[in-house]
Design a protein around this ligand. Structure first.
Ligand code: PMP
Length: 383
């Protein structure tokens, strides 16, 4: 029998069921899911409103290439458009976050005819060769060099150096509004504004990577809306199809016809089952005012995380339901103990515990998380 290639730590937990903010293992134990497959299941596991639509679509048609229209794709663009700020009209469909970043870079290269991509310290944009080239962490990059050569890294959140790092050779600047993998680090408003101004001045495109922040998690549909800074292109992924694979780049109208037929493509892009799920997810997001709920629940969770009473805790970072608890020690030692206490969480950077729960996380769930985090930190404090 074959085996799945192993390049992940395994926790010895076998998940057999998920519903909304919970998953259950094969022993019947329930977990509050603050991992959500790295932020994918923001709208809840097997959310009935999405599941019903997907079930119906499974009886109709699954895979149709972009050369043919489908009702599922039409419903998707109708619902998704209602979530787009004015001027953003063109959606490039992909299957993952990293591909969303790749297509955004391709647009910028074709439009500007320039080589250099600017990214920042502690960035994460994916693991294919283009997106990996603009990902900061040495551990992810080293073994695969040489990567795309024309990359310049600036210092994240240092607005004063932006004019030096963006040049006449720059096709685009790629930035996360809140760095996810890099430590749950929100950009400062001054930094994003400086990037917007400098890219405009130098004729480069500003690409905001919303793969982790986007689709309601931070309390706005798109995090850049909280900053009042508008990119030329933004990316999305993770939760947009409720848990099925999707990635997309959304561009201003003027970039809509940038590719000739044959210059770009992706076999699975626009898959009818995924489109049906994404249409239902987009509708749910709007009808249930998910961003507002994420903002409220996020405030409760942030308060709870700030009150662990542990001297190992430094501060709470993030927005809405994208939260990090920065510690004085390495964070990965707490993932297993938290699992033992019924909470799934993630790390970010080295010292940050990361919480990406579904929007329907309740007051009781927040108490469970608070109890578990307080307890595991307390145990680690013991001499
Ligand atoms: N961009 C950001 C900001 C991300 O957080 C991630 C995934 N963690 C990606 C891109 C890559 O997404 P995917 O794993 O779906 O390729």
């Amino acid at each position: 029998m074959g085996r799945i290639a192993k390049y992940y730590r395994e926790y010895g937990v076998r998940i057999v069921r998920g519903f909304m903010q919970y998953v259950w293992d094969d022993q019947g134990r329930r977990y509050v899911d603050c991992n959500t497959n790295h932020g994918v299941v923001f709208l809840g596991h097997a959310n009935p409103k999405i599941a019903e639509t997907v079930k119906r679509q499974l009886e109709e048609v699954w895979a149709v290439p972009l050369n043919f229209s489908t009702p599922a794709r039409e419903r998707f663009i109708e619902e998704f458009s209602k979530l787009l700020p004015a001027k953003f009209g063109v959606v490039f469909l992909q299957n993952t976050g990293t591909e969303a970043v790749e297509v955004a870079i391709k647009i910028a290269k074709k439009v500007t005819k320039r080589p250099t991509i600017v990214a920042f310290t502690n960035s994460f944009h994916g693991r294919t060769m283009g997106s990996l080239s603009i990902t900061w962490n040495e551990k992810y990059r080293k073994a695969f060099e040489p990567l795309y050569p024309h990359v310049r890294f600036g210092k994240f959140n240092v607005a004063a150096e932006v004019d030096k790092v963006v040049g006449e050779d720059t096709c685009c600047v790629v930035v996360e509004p809140i760095q996810g993998e890099g430590g749950v680090n929100p950009a400062t408003p001054e930094f994003l504004k400086a990037l917007r101004e400098e890219t405009q001045r130098k004729g480069a495109l500003l690409i905001i990577d919303e793969v982790q922040t986007g689709f309601g998690r931070t309390g706005a549909v798109w995090a850049f809306q909280k900053y009042g800074v508008e990119p030329d292109i933004f990316t999305a992924g993770k939760p947009v199809a409720g848990g099925l694979p999707i990635g997309l780049a959304v561009a201003k109208e003027e970039f809509g016809d940038v590719f000739e037929p044959g210059e770009h493509g992706s076999t699975f892009a626009g898959n009818a089952v995924v489109m049906a799920a994404a249409a239902a997810a987009s509708r749910l997001l709007r009808e249930e005012d998910v961003p507002a709920k994420a903002e409220r629940a996020g405030a409760e969770l942030a308060k709870a995380l700030a009150e662990t009473g542990s001297r190992l805790a430094v501060r709470v970072k993030g927005m809405g339901l994208m939260l990090g608890l920065e510690l004085r020690v390495k964070a990965d030692q707490f993932i297993q103990p938290l699992l033992d206490s019924g909470v799934m969480a993630l790390t970010a950077g080295v010292n940050t515990l990361r919480f990406l729960p579904p929007y329907m996380i309740s007051k009781e769930d927040v108490e469970v998380v608070h109890g578990a985090v307080s307890e595991v930190l307390k145990k680690a404090e013991a001499p």
